[in-house]
Design a protein around this ligand. Structure first.
Ligand code: AHR
Length: 513
């Protein structure tokens, strides 16, 4: 009799435990720190490739598209709105064929060249050093220049630095003044060679390390401009490259790069940007999660030669790489950008935040009209992609304190494979406001994240969400707001606990103040 009475209670208890177990458990230590998230992690990369520079930024002073000294106003404003901290230029592979002196002086007399890597088109050099540094000033972003090591010379690189940063009397400072710029610019970030293991010269790491030391010697600090030299790092999982370059040249660098692209299929047929099934979607997310392993393993090698973490890991090319949009120039790398790309961006940025002790910069490839672009343009029209909105949400992490988390995620399964469904990052800004960014990669199931924040003072909570009906939804010139940010309702924070319900395929920002 007695048992009969308490039986329903046991059932209820059982069901409650099941539902709690089904929830993702997140603990955020709100009064502790795991370092500072360098705002440079939210950087971008723009190459002379396809319609990135020409049409993307540069339309020329005579254009009917509103511009300031030839640079599109709409693009500048959109990038300022995501607080773009830095911009890497002029390549990529293009950097190792670029001779900067071709891009200064009166535009009509600048020599033309073939952009042999990217479509074999004519590069008329109308966008050069002055235009790039003007763009950075308009953006309020720090320039990051990749110097030509592949087909250039030490003299060419060192004269470029002198031209840009020297304030006294010298041939290069004189030339700069002749070209209309009196004051030197400040350029901290200099890359010495790009993909020197591939398009930048097909070098072996031993040879590169020696050549790097040679070039780095002549990268001078003028006045108070302190150069942060970035050596060429590995192609994905080439750990021998990191080992050799760190062993032989770590003392001469401030940063070491890493390149890794997320390619859903393989390099011959990378997969469509918009037309993919769930298996291909799963592959894409699984491949992007490899970024965490890459950073961990390269960091372990760097730790052996640089235990103080003086040398930053600079992930200066990352993002998705698909087949080009049908009918477009294969050398222009123009691809659409869907909700899948937003998921990929959110996961990667959470990974970079988590490694902020070593990762000091990252640059998404390639800002406008190329690869995982945040902006697409067509003549006077502009589209903010789903990836753009992720950078919009995540900008709150810039220069914030990374909060330690412990987290066990539910799994997202495909056949007999499984990956974490949820990715998360949390930080506290200088005003004490806590921000949590979460990604639910599972396209079919919602995820409930049971969040405890010991050390947080009770406060106001608000949320924003980026999601869409279909994982391959995108913003087009005709329908530019299919994937856009909305308010996330129904949040409550009490007794340091918060339940966040993440709809399928969503990126969420929670703010607690
Ligand atoms: O981003 C496109 C290309 O990818 C870059 O030029 C090169 O560095 C990389 O291989």
């Amino acid at each position: 009799m007695k048992f009969k009475k308490i039986f329903p209670f046991f059932i209820l208890l059982f069901l409650c435990s099941i539902s709690i177990l089904a929830q993702n458990q997140l603990v955020i230590e709100a009064d502790q720190s795991r370092g500072t998230i360098n705002r440079q992690i939210y950087g971008h990369f723009s190459e002379h490739l396809g319609r990135c520079i020409y049409g993307g930024y540069w339309v020329g002073e005579e254009s009917s598209i509103p511009n300031t000294r030839g640079i599109r106003n709409d693009v500048v404003q959109a990038l300022k709105d995501i607080r773009i901290p830095n911009l890497r230029w002029p390549g990529g592979c293009f950097a190792d064929e670029y001779h900067w002196m071709d891009g200064i002086g009166p535009r009509e007399t600048r020599p033309k060249m073939i952009n042999s890597h990217w479509g074999g088109v004519v590069e008329d050099n109308s966008f050069g050093t002055h235009e790039f540094l003007d763009l950075c000033e308009q953006l309020g972003a720090e320039p990051y220049i990749s110097a030509n090591m592949g087909s250039g010379t030490v003299e060419e690189m060192s004269k470029w630095i002198e031209y840009i940063t020297f304030d006294g009397e010298s041939p290069m400072a004189h030339l700069r003044r002749q070209n209309g710029r009196d004051e030197p610019w400040k350029v901290r970030f200099w890359g010495v060679g790009n993909e020197s293991w591939g398009c930048g010269g097909n070098m072996r790491p031993e040879y590169y390390a020696d050549l790097y030391r040679h070039y780095a010697t002549y990268a001078r600090d003028y006045g108070d401009n302190r150069i942060y030299k970035i050596a060429c790092g590995a192609n994905g999982g080439d750990y021998n490259w990191t080992e050799t370059v760190m062993k032989n040249a770590a003392h001469h660098m401030q940063g070491l790069s890493l390149h890794y692209y997320t390619v859903p299929k393989d390099w011959n047929d990378k997969g469509s940007a918009t037309d993919f099934d769930e298996e291909e979607y799963f592959n894409t997310v699984e491949k992007t999660l490899f970024m965490d392993e890459l950073i961990t393993k390269h960091s372990l090698i760097m730790d052996r030669y640089d235990p103080q973490k003086r040398v930053g890991m600079i992930i200066d090319e990352w993002g998705t790489w698909y087949n080009v949009e049908p009918g477009t120039n294969p050398g222009f790398l123009y691809q659409q950008n869907t909700m899948r790309d937003a998921i990929i961006a959110g996961i990667n940025l959470n990974i970079f935040n988590a490694h902020c002790e070593r990762v000091q910069m990252a640059n998404l490839a390639q800002t406008v009209n190329v690869l995982q672009a945040v902006l697409l343009t067509d003549e006077e029209k502009i589209v903010l992609t789903p990836t753009y909105w992720v950078f919009h949400l995540y900008k709150v992490h810039q220069d914030a304190t990374l909060l330690p988390i412990s987290f066990t995620s539910n799994k997202y399964r495909q056949g007999d494979r499984e990956i974490d469904a949820v990715s998360v990052s949390a930080s506290k800004d200088t005003n004490g406001k806590i921000h949590i960014t979460l990604v639910n990669a599972d396209p079919k199931n919602e995820q409930r994240v049971n969040t405890r924040l010991p050390g947080a003072s009770a406060g106001k909570v608000s949320g924003q969400i980026l999601t869409s009906d279909k994982i391959n939804d995108y913003n087009s010139f005709e329908q530019p707001s299919t994937v856009s940010v909305k308010e996330l309702k129904g949040l409550s924070f009490s007794e340091n606990t918060l339940l966040v319900v993440l709809p399928p395929k969503s990126v969420v920002l929670i703010a607690i103040e």
